[in-house]
Design a protein around this ligand. Sequence first.
Ligand SMILES: OCN(O)CCCc1ccccc1
Ligand code: NI
Length: 186
Amino acid sequence: MITMDDIIREGHPSLKKVAKEVMFPLTEEQKQKAEEMLQFLKNSQDAEISEKYQLRGGVGLAAPQIDWLERVIAVHVPNVENPDEPLFSAVMMNPKILSHSVEETCLSEGEGCLSVDREVPGYVVRHSRISLEYTDLNGETQKARLRKYPAIVVQHEIDHLNGIMFYDHINAKEPWKVADDVNIMS
Ligand SMILES: OCN(O)CCCc1ccccc1
Ligand code: NI
Protein backbone atom coordinates (compact mmCIF):
# COMPACT_ATOMS: atom_id res chain seq x y z
CA MET A 1 0.00 0.00 0.00
CA ILE A 2 1.08 3.59 -0.57
CA THR A 3 1.99 5.49 2.62
CA MET A 4 3.42 8.97 3.20
CA ASP A 5 6.93 7.49 2.87
CA ASP A 6 6.18 6.88 -0.83
CA ILE A 7 5.18 10.49 -1.49
CA ILE A 8 8.08 12.67 -2.62
CA ARG A 9 8.29 16.24 -1.23
CA GLU A 10 9.15 19.58 -2.78
CA GLY A 11 12.83 19.77 -3.61
CA HIS A 12 12.68 16.32 -5.25
CA PRO A 13 13.42 16.96 -8.97
CA SER A 14 10.64 14.65 -10.19
CA LEU A 15 8.00 17.17 -9.04
CA LYS A 16 9.23 19.61 -11.68
CA LYS A 17 9.35 17.17 -14.57
CA VAL A 18 6.75 16.63 -17.31
CA ALA A 19 5.27 13.13 -17.06
CA LYS A 20 5.12 10.86 -20.15
CA GLU A 21 1.97 9.72 -21.96
CA VAL A 22 0.87 6.24 -20.87
CA MET A 23 0.94 3.60 -23.63
CA PHE A 24 -1.74 0.93 -23.87
CA PRO A 25 -2.26 -1.88 -23.11
CA LEU A 26 -1.22 -1.20 -19.53
CA THR A 27 1.19 -3.59 -17.85
CA GLU A 28 -0.04 -5.31 -14.69
CA GLU A 29 2.41 -3.14 -12.73
CA GLN A 30 0.98 0.10 -14.13
CA LYS A 31 -2.59 -1.03 -13.40
CA GLN A 32 -1.66 -2.02 -9.86
CA LYS A 33 0.12 1.28 -9.15
CA ALA A 34 -2.84 3.27 -10.48
CA GLU A 35 -5.25 1.30 -8.31
CA GLU A 36 -2.98 1.79 -5.29
CA MET A 37 -3.13 5.55 -5.86
CA LEU A 38 -6.92 5.53 -5.58
CA GLN A 39 -6.78 3.20 -2.57
CA PHE A 40 -4.37 5.63 -0.88
CA LEU A 41 -6.94 8.41 -1.20
CA LYS A 42 -9.71 6.24 0.24
CA ASN A 43 -7.38 5.14 3.09
CA SER A 44 -6.38 8.74 3.76
CA GLN A 45 -10.06 9.65 4.18
CA ASP A 46 -10.77 6.73 6.54
CA ALA A 47 -10.43 7.78 10.21
CA GLU A 48 -9.04 4.44 11.40
CA ILE A 49 -6.68 3.64 8.51
CA SER A 50 -5.35 7.21 8.24
CA GLU A 51 -4.67 7.22 11.99
CA LYS A 52 -3.05 3.78 11.96
CA TYR A 53 -0.72 4.60 9.03
CA GLN A 54 -0.43 8.35 9.77
CA LEU A 55 -1.75 9.30 6.33
CA ARG A 56 -2.42 12.97 5.46
CA GLY A 57 -5.93 13.35 4.05
CA GLY A 58 -5.93 13.74 0.27
CA VAL A 59 -8.59 14.11 -2.41
CA GLY A 60 -6.22 13.64 -5.32
CA LEU A 61 -2.84 12.15 -6.17
CA ALA A 62 -0.68 12.36 -9.30
CA ALA A 63 1.83 9.69 -10.34
CA PRO A 64 4.85 12.04 -10.15
CA GLN A 65 4.12 12.36 -6.41
CA ILE A 66 5.11 8.71 -6.02
CA ASP A 67 8.07 9.31 -8.35
CA TRP A 68 6.25 7.67 -11.28
CA LEU A 69 6.72 9.98 -14.25
CA GLU A 70 3.71 8.90 -16.30
CA ARG A 71 0.42 10.76 -16.92
CA VAL A 72 -1.77 9.05 -14.32
CA ILE A 73 -3.92 10.74 -11.69
CA ALA A 74 -6.38 9.51 -9.09
CA VAL A 75 -9.17 11.66 -7.71
CA HIS A 76 -11.52 10.76 -4.85
CA VAL A 77 -13.66 13.69 -3.72
CA PRO A 78 -15.93 12.73 -0.81
CA ASN A 79 -19.53 13.91 -0.53
CA VAL A 80 -19.67 15.38 2.96
CA GLU A 81 -23.41 14.60 3.20
CA ASN A 82 -22.98 10.97 2.26
CA PRO A 83 -19.44 9.61 2.79
CA ASP A 84 -20.30 6.27 1.11
CA GLU A 85 -21.09 7.94 -2.19
CA PRO A 86 -18.15 10.10 -3.37
CA LEU A 87 -18.86 13.31 -5.24
CA PHE A 88 -16.35 12.22 -7.90
CA SER A 89 -13.95 9.29 -8.03
CA ALA A 90 -11.74 8.26 -10.94
CA VAL A 91 -8.36 7.00 -12.10
CA MET A 92 -7.40 8.87 -15.25
CA MET A 93 -4.67 8.05 -17.73
CA ASN A 94 -3.53 10.80 -20.11
CA PRO A 95 -6.15 13.30 -18.88
CA LYS A 96 -6.60 16.21 -21.28
CA ILE A 97 -8.67 19.35 -20.77
CA LEU A 98 -10.61 19.78 -24.04
CA SER A 99 -12.31 23.06 -23.13
CA HIS A 100 -12.98 25.20 -20.11
CA SER A 101 -15.17 28.07 -18.90
CA VAL A 102 -14.04 31.66 -19.17
CA GLU A 103 -15.24 31.97 -15.59
CA GLU A 104 -12.59 31.29 -12.95
CA THR A 105 -12.79 30.14 -9.36
CA CYS A 106 -10.61 29.53 -6.33
CA LEU A 107 -10.96 28.00 -2.88
CA SER A 108 -11.40 30.62 -0.16
CA GLU A 109 -8.79 28.78 1.96
CA GLY A 110 -6.25 28.44 -0.83
CA GLU A 111 -4.79 24.98 -1.57
CA GLY A 112 -2.35 22.52 -0.07
CA CYS A 113 -0.39 19.57 -1.41
CA LEU A 114 0.73 16.20 -0.04
CA SER A 115 4.17 16.97 -1.46
CA VAL A 116 4.39 20.32 0.34
CA ASP A 117 5.00 20.16 4.11
CA ARG A 118 4.19 23.79 4.74
CA GLU A 119 1.33 26.24 4.38
CA VAL A 120 1.54 28.46 1.31
CA PRO A 121 -1.19 31.07 1.68
CA GLY A 122 -3.01 32.63 -1.24
CA TYR A 123 -5.75 32.13 -3.82
CA VAL A 124 -5.09 29.54 -6.54
CA VAL A 125 -7.21 30.70 -9.46
CA ARG A 126 -8.46 27.93 -11.75
CA HIS A 127 -11.10 27.37 -14.48
CA SER A 128 -14.58 27.07 -12.90
CA ARG A 129 -15.67 24.33 -15.31
CA ILE A 130 -13.68 21.91 -17.46
CA SER A 131 -14.49 19.32 -20.12
CA LEU A 132 -11.90 16.60 -20.14
CA GLU A 133 -11.07 13.39 -21.90
CA TYR A 134 -9.02 10.55 -20.41
CA THR A 135 -8.47 6.82 -20.68
CA ASP A 136 -9.69 4.64 -17.83
CA LEU A 137 -8.10 1.51 -16.30
CA ASN A 138 -9.86 -0.65 -18.93
CA GLY A 139 -8.32 1.35 -21.74
CA GLU A 140 -11.60 3.01 -22.63
CA THR A 141 -11.80 6.68 -23.53
CA GLN A 142 -13.97 8.65 -21.10
CA LYS A 143 -15.24 12.20 -21.14
CA ALA A 144 -16.19 14.20 -18.06
CA ARG A 145 -17.52 17.69 -17.47
CA LEU A 146 -16.55 18.93 -14.02
CA ARG A 147 -17.31 22.02 -11.97
CA LYS A 148 -16.68 23.28 -8.41
CA TYR A 149 -14.44 21.20 -6.13
CA PRO A 150 -13.92 18.18 -8.46
CA ALA A 151 -12.85 20.56 -11.25
CA ILE A 152 -10.34 22.26 -8.92
CA VAL A 153 -8.88 18.95 -7.75
CA VAL A 154 -8.46 17.59 -11.30
CA GLN A 155 -6.71 20.80 -12.39
CA HIS A 156 -4.37 20.54 -9.37
CA GLU A 157 -3.52 16.93 -10.37
CA ILE A 158 -3.03 17.66 -14.08
CA ASP A 159 -0.67 20.48 -13.01
CA HIS A 160 1.49 17.84 -11.27
CA LEU A 161 1.78 15.94 -14.59
CA ASN A 162 3.32 19.13 -16.02
CA GLY A 163 5.65 19.85 -13.10
CA ILE A 164 3.46 22.69 -11.81
CA MET A 165 2.80 23.18 -8.08
CA PHE A 166 -0.31 24.95 -6.71
CA TYR A 167 1.78 27.84 -5.36
CA ASP A 168 3.08 28.58 -8.88
CA HIS A 169 -0.36 30.15 -9.44
CA ILE A 170 -0.33 32.39 -6.34
CA ASN A 171 0.22 36.13 -6.81
CA ALA A 172 3.44 36.51 -4.81
CA LYS A 173 2.94 40.25 -4.19
CA GLU A 174 -0.74 40.06 -3.22
CA PRO A 175 -1.59 36.41 -2.48
CA TRP A 176 -5.19 37.15 -1.41
CA LYS A 177 -6.02 39.57 -4.22
CA VAL A 178 -8.09 38.34 -7.17
CA ALA A 179 -9.97 39.97 -10.01
CA ASP A 180 -13.54 40.75 -8.95
CA ASP A 181 -15.00 38.30 -11.49
CA VAL A 182 -13.22 35.33 -9.90
CA ASN A 183 -15.72 33.16 -7.99
CA ILE A 184 -14.30 32.55 -4.49
CA MET A 185 -15.57 29.14 -3.24
CA SER A 186 -15.86 28.36 0.46
O1 LIG B 1 -1.71 16.42 -5.70
C1 LIG B 1 -2.63 16.09 -4.73
N1 LIG B 1 -2.35 16.60 -3.48
O2 LIG B 1 -1.19 17.14 -3.24
C2 LIG B 1 -3.37 16.51 -2.46
C3 LIG B 1 -4.16 17.80 -2.33
C4 LIG B 1 -5.11 17.97 -3.45
C5 LIG B 1 -5.81 19.29 -3.51
C6 LIG B 1 -5.92 20.14 -2.42
C7 LIG B 1 -6.59 21.36 -2.55
C8 LIG B 1 -7.16 21.70 -3.76
C9 LIG B 1 -7.04 20.85 -4.84
C10 LIG B 1 -6.38 19.65 -4.70
NI1 NI C 1 -0.59 18.16 -4.93
